[in-house]
Design a protein around this ligand. Sequence first.
Ligand code: DGL
Length: 275
Amino acid sequence: METGPIGVFDSGYGGLTILRSIREIMPGYDYVYLGDNARAPYGTKDFDTVFEYTLQAVRKLFGMGCPLVILACNTASAKALRNIQQHYIADCCPERRVLGVIRPTAEIVGTITKTGHIGILATPGTIKSESYVLEIRKFFPDCHVTGLACPSWVPLVESGMYDSTEADGEVRRQIDTLLMMDKDIDTVILGCTHYPLLEKKIRQFCPPYVNIIAQGKYVAESLRNYLERHTGMAGRISKGATCRYFTTDSVDMVSKKMSVFLNKNIVVNSIKLEK
Ligand code: DGL
């Protein structure tokens, strides 16, 4: 049987936070990471555009031999996943799969909160889609969910300013606003895969009683669980422990930034996404 790598897709750098967690617990598989950095951010784009871009990326990853693609992007998971699963996959390639990052997070958050009040920090697109509210309600109908869009956070990460003091004011302002919207919030989901890069600052400006949930660990555990239950799919993934990186933007710039983030030198290749 032909085997291929797991595809991991994000609009830019954020999906690396998911890839890292997945590779930590499943280092033996092969992976391909695709960042659409040239067209990031997705979080401020309309539904149809995010759907179209995400579909282009999924097609490309399938074309590279990936039997399974993870949308390591909440915005794409919120705006494109269901459509891709129900139409494109069902019609064109029923033997392949695409999974998102919202459900694995929604499934566990009710077991972490004590007050039952949950805050979501995410892109405007994810907040507007109400995907978190709907998904969390399925598993924990008694929880209160309050979402806040943070439109300036992805640009801070994509421009490499996530460690700078310029980011402080933006991060503090959004945290204060969210906690004012519901004073009983004790658990905050970082509902954008870019935000863990700001986690140090987010923790600094959050009161210590607030649990901060970065998705990597939960998405990785959920994927491991999925592959244990779907042994046919697990058997179709190649096991050479490699990872290749692709970007739609300048390879020199992205290689440098991804190397800093991953703390090792990596070579990023150029890729084009089109209709
Ligand atoms: N990292 C993505 C997410 O999880 C998208 C960020 C963006 O491109 O706006 O939503």
